[in-house]
Design a protein around this ligand. Sequence first.
Ligand SMILES: [Zn+2]
Ligand SMILES: [Zn+2]
Length: 121
Amino acid sequence: MTHDFTAPYVEGPPIRTANPFSARTAPDGREVVVEGLCPRCQGPTASPFRLGLPGAGGTKGVLSRLVGRPPEADPARDVLATEMLFCECGYAHPQQPADVPFVGCGASWRVTVPPPDGPGA
Ligand SMILES: [Zn+2]
Ligand SMILES: [Zn+2]
């Protein structure tokens, strides 16, 4: 699949996608970056999520749920499992409003992640 630049900007209900997404924690441990292909326009998108910094801003909902979890919890995995992702392919799709928070096709989606390794983990 290639990036569909002709897809008009549409904000709709979240898409369920089987596209593979990867989440990695930034070197400073304060940010998780989720990368993959937008399930709608197929453009490459990368969404940073700031971790555990109440009041530090962030337009996508700071991950307050992650604060106070055991340090061994994997924030990257949690982000992937819980956060809504938005297309940030960076391409100004047709009919895109001027003030959109994320430059892309307007799609949003959730990623299905496999359960943790082992029973009861
Ligand atoms: Zn897109
Ligand atoms: Zn796109």
